[in-house]
Design a protein around this ligand. Structure first.
Ligand code: GLN
Length: 547
């Protein structure tokens, strides 16, 4: 049977519980222990798919098409395992399933209650991950902060879990904030004490406490927290603010977190191999050069809205020993102020998105990149809008558009998929999850992937309209990737441009620090070549990028 580690958070939200959980996962995996990670989200939405980025940041998509919390992205990137719809559970799913069973008569006349029916359902979902993954250790992060009304059933379920599977198979880790009071120049432990007291009031005694603090915790402070919160001194660890999230596993290793876990579970004899990870961190800390790229989107002020794209760009940079300086450019500002904002970047990435807002700015950025031969990567909506721009300005198809924005357009170059036409339900009904893509020979995409058939993850309703294939091809567009079974265009590129690629998929979801997504890797390589060529006063030549 798996061992189970439950992560809770206290004092304030946004302490980086997901990163901490993912980091512990990395440290265990680097000891040869197999790991799986699950997130329990207390909100009532069935999944994150219907929430906008202001509410929720990015929606992360798994291979099997679940629209999940962005923490699953951190988990996948840190533990280097693909997760599934089992790995993100919400209150909405739990109640949905219990109510459905009640209607079927599955409870045989019983009064259906939070305890035991809701809590049993939660425990079942946790056990499912253990069974499906067969992992030595399952890490379960409870979303929200202890004290929230919403998380109570989840906390009760994880409390019971220890009762069910035994003390030696369960560990509770609580993440708190140890604030620094400037005037007194002191780190304060009281909020941590209160938060742990709150946890104990619902029957959970933490085995370890991770303290977020801006300043180093002295041995005395750790001692105090250990004593007042009744945990071992060695199980009070600090997680200081790190320059890069990839530094966090190394910091937690130095603090002995994974050792405390291994000791509790009797896994101490494993040897640790963190060499790959240390190499990544070293490269992040000491890049040879910096390359500046524009990320054009409409949620640029939100740190979490394009998190997987940011990470994919950083991973691609790591592979080239380069730091990637991402200039987030608001597409609406671009509309108002013009494309000058792009004049000092060495590449343009147009982000995914939905709806009409900010479209004009995105089209301007695409035209700029196409005409000035600046490396361009269009992701999903970015690819669709690259087709709109090409239709209008190269093929002469006036007012060409995507039906998403202009249903009456005379040239719907981007159109509904057949099965989306009469859709009434919005949640979970897009083209979601991994689809195969066949790559044409002698194309940039094929060379970058180095394979004829690849799989990438999707999340969209609209597709390239095949009625326009011929006119596009005649004008120099290359359709380099196809989903053959559905006769759908997946990747576009321009024959006459040194590096111009659009993809209907989201390759960023599969990017890992040690294995950058091929299109992102190629894009950053092209941006670096562009920057070099520009310093030398030359243009960018396709051959020179190694493409
Ligand atoms: N809005 C577009 C569609 O639904 C693109 C979605 C996206 O960029 N993920 O097809």
């Amino acid at each position: 049977m798996s061992r189970f580690i439950f992560f809770t958070g206290g004092v304030v939200s946004s302490l980086g519980k997901g990163i901490a959980a993912a980091s512990l996962g990395r440290l265990l995996k680097s000891r040869g222990i197999s790991v799986s990670i699950q997130k329990l989200d207390p909100y009532i939405n069935t999944d994150a798919g219907t929430m906008n980025p202001y509410q929720h940041g990015e929606v992360f998509v798994t291979e099997d098409g679940a629209e999940t919390d962005l923490d699953l992205g951190h988990y996948e990137r840190f533990i280097d395992e693909n997760l599934t719809k089992l790995h993100n559970v919400t209150t909405g799913q739990i109640y949905g399933s219990v109510i459905e069973q009640e209607r079927r008569g599955a409870y045989l006349g019983a009064t259906v209650q939070v305890v035991p029916h809701i809590t049993n359902e939660i425990k079942d979902r946790i056990k499912q991950v253990s069974i499906a993954s067969g992992a030595d250790v399952c890490i379960i992060e409870v979303g929200g902060t202890v004290g929230d009304i919403e998380s109570l059933p989840f906390l009760e379920a994880i409390r019971q879990f220890k009762h069910d599977v035994g003390d030696d198979h369960v560990m509770y880790i609580h993440l708190t904030l140890v604030p620094h009071l400037g005037a007194a120049d002191e780190l304060k432990t009281k909020p941590t004490q209160h938060s742990v007291r709150e946890l104990r009031a619902i029957g959970i005694s933490p085995d370890a406490i991770i303290c977020r603090a801006e300043y180093p915790l002295t041995p005395e402070i750790k001692e105090k927290i250990a004593l007042f919160c009744d945990v071992k001194r060695s199980a009070v660890v600090q997680s200081r603010d790190a320059q890069s999230i990839y530094q966090v596993p190394l910091n937690l290793e130095a603090e002995g977190l994974a050792e405390a876990v291994c000791e509790k579970f009797g896994l101490s004899e494993r040897t640790l191999d963190l060499e790959d990870w240390r190499t990544i961190v070293r490269r992040i800390q000491r890049p040879k050069e910096t390359v500046r790229v524009a990320l054009v989107g409409k949620y640029v002020e939100l740190k979490d809205a394009y998190i997987s794209i940011n990470e994919a760009l950083y991973h691609a940079g790591v592979a080239q020993n380069a730091a990637v300086d991402i200039e987030r450019i608001d597409s609406e500002t671009l509309e108002e102020r013009g494309v000058e904002a792009l004049s000092d970047v060495s590449g343009v990435l147009v982000a995914p998105g939905f709806g009409a807002r900010g479209i004009k700015g995105k089209l301007m950025a695409i035209r700029y990149a196409r005409e000035r031969e600046v490396p361009f990567l269009g992701i999903c909506y970015g690819m669709q809008l690259a087709c709109v721009e090409f239709a209008r300005n190269v093929c002469g198809l006036d007012n060409a558009h995507t039906k998403e924005v202009q249903p009456e357009t005379p040239h719907p170059v981007i159109d509904f998929m057949e099965n989306q036409r009469n859709l009434q339900v919005m949640g979970g009904t897009m083209r979601l999850g991994a689809y195969p893509c066949s790559l044409e020979e002698e194309t940039l995409a094929r060379r970058l992937y180095g394979a004829a058939d690849v799989w990438e993850r999707h999340r969209h309703r609209f597709e390239f309209n095949n009625a326009y294939r011929e006119i596009f091809e005649r004008n120099g567009m290359v359709f380099s990737g196809h989903y053959r079974a559905g006769d759908l265009v997946e990747i576009i590129e321009l024959a006459s441009h040194p590096w111009f690629v659009g993809t209907q998929a989201h390759p960023e979801f599969k990017s890992r620090p040690t294995r950058p997504a091929p299109l992102y890797a190629g894009f950053i390589e092209a941006c670096i070549s562009y920057a070099h060529a520009r310093t030398l006063g030359r243009g960018l030549v396709r051959e020179r990028i190694g493409a």
